[in-house]
Design a protein. Structure first.
Length: 550
């Protein structure tokens, strides 16, 4: 096996070859429009070669001198491209080409940008393959390009050349969570043990995949929102963030960046509240974003965003979107007043809430987004109190009561709804807030590969209803509010069509560790949990009433 230093050097060399964006205009954060102080020029090549190599080699804290860029917390864009996670898991996904349908679920829902998709005209692929000198490598790589009905058979029926589709695993970004295998209904991915040969082949395939050029956009259907990640310009979130394996937040941020990048390229920015999202995206010296962003305090990120928006507008940058990102702790709790003021201001700022129903960054502390009965720090399930007793605050309804505010509640599992929510927010001329359900595996007691399944179950059981409130749709809440995307929108609970059984909030709680103490040895729920179930039903009834369905 290669040493840590050899692996780091190889990974940096490959990254610099495959991602020239690490040497582009993002090289200095002096250009970031919301930094008004006089900052030193940041040499990206020096940063990558000296600082990142020092951290990869393991001796940075002993060998690197203190400098102004470190003191001022400056990190160039996209440096997380150079981070290597290939050592953290014993298994890695393997692509089964004959089963692939090109659905893009695995590419979309990977939290780490560790699976990339591409489609090329067959003649283009053959031409590229002919340029590979090594016959064995050429044969190995050619086998990874499938002939799906979506990209190959469909165009051929229309008299067009068939497109060959491939997905590739980036071994330096994959944490082995197996989320991709779980979401693939076509059995086109499977986990295999990491051996020397497997990793050698995957690294070679990944390098060839990156060097073969971008997707042929004539095969990309812009009406199929899930196809947007076939475009390289949407890969604003590079992967390499220090989030947990399978992190629900990571997927949400990737999809948010892709949708915004698809519409605005790299001409937008992020103001982020202190929390998990800022820890795993700025663990020095790694930054996965290819747009300028700043980390504000837990309680005032909305006010920070208002200042940035004001300055951008002064500069004539009214058309550049600004996302204000934070967890439920920042937006529901300590930063709620600041958020409310921002929404009331009417400023063109978009808010994205990573709703885990818990303060993940402080080890599972309760927030007002926490469900009643949930076992968390500060609301421990014990003999006297069975977890949190307060009912959950509903940020969506509260936001709807603000003047002319676009509001959406969505999950990554509902891909089209997610993208439509983000696109709707970006197109809306005014404040917008999207509350996104994001599974936190350690705090929810959920397996690494289950973020998408749990998000889908949260919607099916009324734990977290989908909604879009668009002020442009009319002059009443009934006209503005849509519950489309929820199952059985006119009923109390959804019935599983296969088993004919009612699926309710108790079924959701039964699937997660945070509610485990509420079930006796026979599986019967506690009184606290039954009361929490009624709370979820009351919330659903309220939304039905507002939408004119009750």
């Amino acid at each position: 096996m290669a040493t840590v230093d050899e692996t780091a050097t190889a990974n940096m060399n490959e990254a610099s070859e495959r991602d020239p964006q690490n040497n582009n205009s993002y090289g200095t954060l002096v250009d970031a429009p919301y930094i008004s102080v006089d900052l030193p020029i940041l040499d990206v090549n020096d940063f990558n070669n000296r600082i990142i190599h020092g951290y990869e080699a393991g001796g940075a804290e002993k060998s690197l001198p203190a400098d102004l860029t470190t003191a001022r917390s400056l990190i160039p864009a996209g440096t997380a491209t150079l981070r290597d996670f290939s050592y953290v898991a014993p298994e890695i996904p393997e692509y089964v080409t004959e089963n692939c349908t090109g659905c893009m679920d695995c590419v979309t829902l990977c939290p780490d940008t560790a699976i990339l998709g591409k489609v090329l005209a067959e003649s283009t692929l053959e031409e590229k393959l002919a340029g590979l000198q090594d016959e064995s490598e050429r044969g190995m790589f050619e086998k990874q390009w499938s002939k799906t009905r979506k990209y190959y058979d469909g165009p051929k029926k229309k008299g067009k050349e068939g497109g060959r589709f491939a997905i590739i695993i980036d071994p330096s970004k994959c944490k082995g969570c197996a989320e991709c295998v779980t979401v693939c209904d076509d059995l086109a991915l499977k986990m295999v043990p990491k051996t020397e040969q497997v990793m050698t082949d995957i690294r070679k395939s990944h390098r060839m995949f990156k060097n073969i050029g971008p997707s042929d956009e004539s095969y990309i259907n812009d009406n199929l929102l899930i196809d947007m990640m076939l475009k390289e310009q949407t890969h604003i979130y590079t992967g390499g963030a220090g989030s947990c394996a399978g992190c629900g937040e990571g997927t949400a941020l990737r999809m948010l960046c892709s949708a915004t990048g698809n519409m605005h390229g790299d001409k937008w920015g992020i103001a982020a509240a202190t929390g998990c999202n800022t820890v795993y995206t700025s663990t020095y010296p790694y930054n996965p974003y290819l747009v300028p962003w700043t980390n504000s305090l837990f309680e005032n990120v909305a006010a920070d965003a208002m200042g940035i928006r004001s300055r951008w507008d002064q500069m004539g940058w009214q058309d550049r979107p600004l996302w204000c990102v934070g967890g439920d702790g920042a937006m529901f709790d300590i930063g709620f007043q600041s958020l409310s003021r921002m929404l009331a201001s009417g400023m063109n700022i978009k808010v994205f809430v990573l709703d885990t129903q818990v303060y993940s960054n402080t080890g599972g502390q309760a927030s007002t987004a926490t469900y009643a009965g949930q076992n968390t720090k500060m609301s421990i399930h014990g003999k006297l109190h069975a977890g949190k007793q307060e009912r959950r605050k509903e940020i969506a309804q509260i936001a709807m009561m603000h003047p002319r505010t676009y509001v959406a509640q969505t999950t990554c599992a509902h891909t089209n709804h997610f993208y439509k929510s983000v696109i709707g927010a970006l197109e809306f001329d005014g404040p917008a807030i999207i509350n996104c359900y994001t599974t936190c595996q350690p705090e929810h007691g959920v397996a690494d590969n289950m973020a998408t399944d749990q998000a889908r179950l949260a919607v099916d059981t009324r734990a977290f209803p989908l909604l879009i409130h668009d002020p442009t749709k009319g002059d009443t809440i009934k006209k503005r509010l849509s519950l489309q995307g929820n199952p059985s929108v006119k009923d109390d609970w959804w019935k599983n069509p296969k088993t004919k059984e009612v699926v309710d909030f108790i079924d959701f709680c039964r699937s997660e560790g945070r509610f485990s103490k509420h079930f006796d040895k026979d599986g019967n729920p506690s009184e606290t949990l039954l009361a929490s179930k009624e709370d979820r039903l009351e919330n659903w009834h309220q939304l039905q009433e507002l939408a004119g369905l009750r």
